[in-house]
Write a protein that binds this ligand. Structure first.
Ligand code: ACM
Length: 552
């Protein structure tokens, strides 16, 4: 059951590039369309030759002090990583890799000092910047990004990208000028956990597709990539001690396609790539439910000793590991051990959602043993919020995915756990499940948590969302994408954009900046950037998008 998609196909994705020069000619017109009365009042998209106002980025920065002359990137610009570590040089090379195709400039990355250019500097004395904050100062002759840690420099580089014209994102040479408004941005995140999740189980996504999504979300300062590696429909990671999991359990997907899995070296490549974009990978092995692919791969994991067939539908809640069998705990320990060994990040996610075919006693027993295994293998437990119905270990993180129909008792259970020290990541399904349909007309996606238009997705406060939960229990926000109906990058693009930047802003920006009426203008200004990046996004009528060239 591969659903038809609403996307407009490869030609339409190529069109923006084909039309690149036309876009340039008409850019002023496009901008003024964007800056329709409302937008210009709040400093919406500037005319093509005017630099974008310093504050016009997503996520909104902590503070902006505009002033002075703009900076202009020129053929002579160098990226200076003076006296810095190899890591800073790598960030410089990454920035050069973004800027070279569209500018056509050489943009050498050098540790030689010299007049001006783009400077990346470690070593700010400003402790309020923390590990991820930065300052960006722009003026005649130079842009300087300063941070205490490399992650801060990387996030500052994302701000610089957004301050440059949209066409900086194209992969063919475009006409300048390449100006950045003068002034200073000082910025640091509200929350330390700002995640996305990709379900690679319901449909399998290639390493290249995963990397594309990582690249897309890095632009909004997302720092966590949660990868849902196992479910009823497919097991997606090689496990040496239980090889059939991947080779058989990974051999299909929703709709009966060929599925797939990551070899250990491919998984490590994803981890490495994510790290190069300052995202920590959180692998998820879901249990005790959502386990049909494993149960189909090994008969002994089933209470009755009979392996069920592989499953390619989209029902949930029918599978369970067998609490009464010792082999179950050997399986859990082996899998968690191998996945933990491949994963440098802090967390290992053990699912725990929708275990409708597991008794409460069995659920509690399996989750207790699984949590112990995570700890034994040196990781911190994450689980969906149903984990709070068992006994979360000290330090565990519960990921709340409730929605407006979640019962008061279930919410209270999560709040009580938070009061007892369980930390929370918030992924309310009717806000930031990016696979929910936008409207009844959205072709892709599901609607069990409701229709989630762009404003609804953005307009909530993580600190106030779970009434009664201590403010410091909230680690941050994560926007998952479930892939029952999504088969490739185009489908991910259509559902993630434009909601993903809003989720990123909820995680990064100070609560005081939260305001739909101004956010929607900053979001509107991102439209041409999505297009320049080849993202066929949903043009929500709630957002005053600038006009774009017609596509088929
Ligand atoms: C979930 O959506 N079942 C976590």
């Amino acid at each position: 059951m591969r659903p038809h998609t609403a996307r407009r196909g490869a030609l339409s994705r190529a069109l923006p590039r084909l039309l690149g020069s036309l876009l340039l000619v008409t850019a002023a017109g496009i901008s003024s369309a964007c800056a329709a009365p409302e937008a210009s009042a709040a400093g919406g998209a500037p005319a093509a030759s005017e630099p974008r106002p310093l504050g016009q980025i997503v996520p909104a920065p902590v503070s902006v002090r505009p002033g002075g002359s703009p900076y202009a990137l020129t053929p002579a610009t160098a990226i200076r990583v003076d006296g810095s570590s190899g890591e800073v040089r790598r960030i410089g090379e990454y920035l050069a890799g973004v800027l070279r195709p569209s500018t056509g400039y050489a943009l050498p990355v050098t540790d030689r000092s010299g007049p001006g250019g783009i400077r990346l500097r470690l070593g700010s004395a400003d402790t309020s910047l923390g590990a991820e904050g930065y300052t960006l100062t722009s003026g005649r002759g130079s842009v300087t990004i300063t941070a205490r840690k490399p992650a801060g420099l990387f996030h500052g580089v994302q701000t610089l990208r957004q301050l440059l014209p949209d066409r900086i994102e194209r992969d063919s040479v475009q006409k300048g000028p390449w100006k950045v408004a003068g002034g200073t941005v000082t910025d640091a995140p509200r929350y330390g956990y700002r995640g996305v999740m990709l379900d690679v189980s319901r449909h399998f996504f290639s390493v290249a597709e995963v990397k594309r999504y990582i690249d897309q979300v890095a632009l909004y300062k997302i720092n966590t990539f949660h990868i849902h590696l196992s479910d009823d429909q497919g097991w997606r990671i090689a496990v040496d001690s239980w090889p059939n999991l991947a080779t058989y359990g990974g051999s299909t997907e929703v709709g009966g396609g060929p599925g797939g899995y990551y070899t250990k070296s491919q998984y490590k490549e994803i981890v490495r790539y994510a790290a190069s974009r300052y995202l920590e990978v959180v692998p998820e092995i879901d249990m005790p439910g959502h386990t049909n692919a494993a149960l189909a791969s090994y008969a002994e994991l089933n209470c009755d000793g009979v392996a069920p067939p592989l499953y390619t539908g989209i029902k949930v809640g029918f599978s369970s590991l067998c609490a009464a069998k010792d082999v179950t705990y050997r399986f859990i320990d082996d899998v968690i051990g191998e996945v933990a060994a491949l994963t440098p990040g802090r967390y290992l996610h053990i699912g725990g959602d929708e275990a409708h075919s597991t008794s409460h006693e069995d659920y509690a027993r399996i989750m207790e043993r699984a949590q112990a295994a995570v700890g034994r293998h040196g990781k911190t437990v994450m689980g969906w919020h149903q984990l709070t119905g068992a006994s979360p270990v000290e330090g565990a993180v519960a990921q709340y995915w409730g929605y407006d129909k979640t019962s008061a008792a279930d919410r209270q259970q999560v709040v009580d756990a938070a009061k007892n020290g369980t930390r929370l990541v918030l992924s309310p399904a009717d806000r930031v499940y990016l696979d929910m349909k936008y409207t009844a007309d959205t072709v892709l996606g599901l609607k069990w948590a409701g229709l989630v238009e762009v404003q609804r997705s953005y307009d909530w406060d993580p600190a106030a969302y779970l009434t009664g939960a201590p403010a410091d229990s909230v680690l941050g926000v994560e926007a998952p994408i479930w892939a029952e109906t999504l088969t490739d990058s185009d489908d991910i693009d259509a559902m993630a954009f434009p909601r993903l930047p809003g989720a990123a802003e909820l995680g990064w920006s100070p609560a005081e900046t939260h305001d739909w009426d101004t956010y929607k203008l900053r979001l509107a200004a991102l439209g041409p950037r999505f297009t320049a990046m080849g993202i066929d996004y949903y043009r929500s009528p709630q957002v005053p998008w600038p006009a774009e060239p017609a596509e088929d």
